[in-house]
Design a protein around this ligand. Structure first.
Ligand SMILES: NC(=O)c1ccc[n+]([C@@H]2O[C@H](COP(=O)([O-])OP(=O)(O)OC[C@H]3O[C@@H](n4cnc5c(N)ncnc54)[C@H](O)[C@@H]3O)[C@@H](O)[C@H]2O)c1
Length: 390
């Protein structure tokens, strides 16, 4: 199969390129290196050094014998995206190429509007290019579990639900309530994909994924093949941030009471799940929704796991509960359904408690590097901008 990955230089994009090439697929990467630039903009860097794309491609060839094509460019430029899809004629396009940090989107108006335009225009360009060039191409779009928020109902694995409104029933799109401007861009993307499917029958798999953690996949066997690993308050997701804090021996920065529950999965399990969804495409003309996570954990559960994992490396750390910079419930109901992936044979290999000691061990050699950005760990980006906006 020929697979184009938009966002191939990212945390998920690079390991997915390696996984798909290991499975014998042809991979064409596309990226404009926005994440590298935006992480630098907030004064941070990947904890683990990563090569530039030409060197990454060379390393994949030297180490594993994989041949990958790459196009540098911005998918919000329609002519560019149209041209690469026309030239390459992929069977599947995986769309990861979005601004993916919730705090980054909340910094100020400029960052919010960049996130809105980058994410929404990129996705609109993709569905237009596919409609014009070949509607048979399978779009695998990375949505996020964060689109749903934390509702008091069981989160279904479907784009639509039946609703009874004032005694009349109809099918409506599954209710969502994003927790940042970033999450709302993903909700808007989901709505736009549903409409593209309705009017043009674009074949889509929309993946509602929880936060991913970890440094390793089966193919990351050499430091030249590492994926990025962000840990600062803007770009680091909670598990990766906690592990970097553990390596520095500083308290884990738990936001609020720590009862926020999400569905987590390791980088390796994420790659396996994505591979299954790509190799088993949605039916022609279908809009398929897949929830993607492995275990439901609260911030306090994660802090406990990382604390115990650090102890195994001889590091004693405390957990510090900070005023929550975000506006979110820190005690709530949470029960997302998951069936599509298990039905395709998805069997998660790793639980966070098994993987955390290895993750910390992998970061220890980069302690000096993480130390350089220590002041970027405490939360500065506040969701509440007006004193009484509670
Ligand atoms: N990492 C997670 O835990 C997680 C969880 C749920 C959903 N997601 C989603 O998965 C996708 C990938 O996430 P990630 O963690 O790999 O993020 P990432 O920022 O590491 O990767 C995204 C890549 O897309 C590129 N990009 C952004 N805008 C672009 C544009 N206009 N044109 C071309 N390239 C562009 C970036 O340079 C980057 O390399 C994102 O859509 C994110 O919202 C991630």
């Amino acid at each position: 199969m020929k697979v184009m990955i938009l966002g191939a230089d990212g945390y998920l994009g690079w390991p997915l390129a390696l996984r798909l090439m290991a499975k014998g697929h042809d991979v064409i990467g596309v990226d404009n290196f926005a994440t590298r630039k935006s992480v630098e903009e907030v004064g941070s860097d990947s904890a683990i050094p990563i090569l530039g794309m030409p060197d990454r491609v060379r390393a994949a060839k030297d180490i594993h014998g994989y041949k990958m094509k790459f196009h540098e460019g911005d998918i919000t430029k329609y002519e560019f995206l149209h041209k690469v899809i026309k030239e390459e004629r992929p069977d599947t396009v995986v769309h990861f190429a979005e601004q993916r940090s919730a705090p980054y989107s909340m910094i100020n108006a400029k960052h919010a509007s960049y996130t809105m335009s980058n994410n929404i225009i990129g996705t609109i360009n993709l569905v237009y290019a596919i409609m014009e060039l070949d509607p048979k191409i399978h779009v695998v779009k990375m949505a996020t579990m964060g689109e749903y928020g934390t509702p008091n109902f069981d989160i279904p694995e479907s784009a639509f639900v039946d609703a009874d409104i004032n005694g009349k029933t109809d099918r409506i799109t599954t209710p969502k309530f994003g927790g940042s401007w970033y999450h709302w861009t993903k909700v808007h993307d989901t709505n736009n994909l549903l409409f593209a499917n309705k009017v043009w029958k674009i074949t889509t798999t929309n993946i509602f994924q929880g936060p991913v953690y970890g440094t390793r996949t089966k193919e990351i066997t050499d430091e030249k093949l590492h994926s990025r690993f962000d840990f600062d308050e803007v770009w680091g997701t909670v598990v990766n941030r906690f592990c970097a804090e553990a390596v520095l021996g500083i308290p884990l920065t738990a936001y609020g009471a720590g009862g926020q529950i999400r569905g987590y999965l390791s980088l390796e399990d994420s790659m396996e799940a994505l591979n299954l969804l790509i190799e088993n495409p949605a039916q022609r003309g279908e809009h398929r929704t897949a929830n993607q996570f492995v275990e439901l954990l609260s911030i306090n559960d994660i802090a406990d796991i990382v604390k115990k994992a650090a102890k195994k490396q001889g590091i004693d750390i405390e957990v510090q509960h900070l005023d929550n910079p975000r506006v979110e419930a820190d005690r709530h109901y949470y029960n997302p359904k998951i069936k599509v992936l298990p039905d395709l044979g998805f069997k998660p290999k790793l639980k966070m408690a098994d993987l955390a000691p290895q993750l910390i061990k992998d970061l220890i050699p980069y302690r000096q590097r993480i130390e350089r950005f220590r002041d970027r760990i405490m939360p500065h980006t506040q969701w509440r901008r007006v004193e009484n906006a509670r």
